[in-house]
Design a protein around this ligand. Structure first.
Ligand SMILES: [Mn+2]
Length: 266
């Protein structure tokens, strides 16, 4: 995609995408082989490369944080929403912690939208983001979400009933799913530097959650990794990051027949 859409076209695109997100359940169930992509934060090159790779698989799953920070936020989110509207079942766009009004008002996206378009368009983005699903269950075995396991989260069923449509999630489980980070030096939960109500989760939390829900693996994003990915907790957790503007090598993962293969987005 070359230039940006005009405001009317972009408004129509964001509204249509929002309707699709609204119709999707909080836990989207996906089968077959897929590509999973971490935070892109306005990295247009990563979005283009990931969408090219997605031609080879049944589904592509993006783990959130499309906007804020990077240089091509509008281009990135427009490409992703266009691909979503074109083929809704092929592309999963999960919500990240930056798809919240109180965050993207301050970390870049609001200013980018207002500098080129209008408050009215920004409001449509806020609404679309509030309707994005929170996680994907892949082949019934692999859970994909932005941040991590929440304190108080025991079952996937609790994720299915998280409320949609809030500009800023307030449900404490929802907040932590978008914000928490794994830490191998923590046994259960520990407070996070990220702010009140946010936690680090450790091995026992991850293992109990996976076991109780019949899952093998958690795939999440949210933290820059030097090689674009990190396997933790004896390969039960894969952390992905896909934005080159953090001085990292952006990566994605190909999940095929139970194997995880790391793909470079450089
Ligand atoms: Mn994040």
């Amino acid at each position: 995609m070359g230039g940006l859409l005009d405001e009317r076209e972009l408004m129509r695109l964001v509204k249509r995408a929002s309707e699709i997100f609204e119709s999707e359940p909080q836990v989207l169930e996906v089968e077959g082989e897929c590509i999973i992509v971490g935070d892109v934060h306005g990295d247009k090159e990563s979005v283009v490369k990931a969408l090219e790779l997605s031609g080879q698989v049944r589904t592509s799953i993006f783990l959130g944080d499309y906007v804020d920070r990077g240089p091509h936020q509008l281009e990135s989110i427009s490409m992703l929403l266009s691909a979503k509207v074109e083929n809704p079942s092929k592309l999963v766009l999960l919500r990240g912690n930056h798809e919240s009004r109180s965050i993207n008002l301050y970390y870049g996206f609001y200013d980018v939208v207002l500098s080129r378009y209008s408050q009215a368009l920004y409001e449509l983005f806020v609404e679309a983001f509030s309707n994005m699903p929170v996680c994907t269950l892949l082949n019934g075995k692999i859970l994909c979400l932005h941040g991590g396991i929440a304190e108080g989260l025991e079952s996937v069923e609790q994720l299915r009933v998280l409320p949609k449509g809030d500009d800023d999630p307030t449900n404490p489980i929802y907040v932590q799913v978008l914000w928490n980070d794994p830490d191998e030096s923590v046994e259960s939960f520990a407070p996070s530097y990220r702010g009140p109500g946010i936690r680090f989760f450790g091995a026992s939390v991850l293992e109990n959650f996976l076991r109780k829900n019949g899952l093998t693996t958690l795939v999440r994003a949210h933290e820059p990794q030097p090689e674009g990915f990190r396997l933790m907790f004896r390969n039960k957790l894969l952390s992905l990051f896909s934005c080159r503007y953090y001085g990292i090598r952006p990566a994605a993962a190909l999940l095929k027949e139970g194997d995880i293969k790391i793909l470079s987005l450089e």
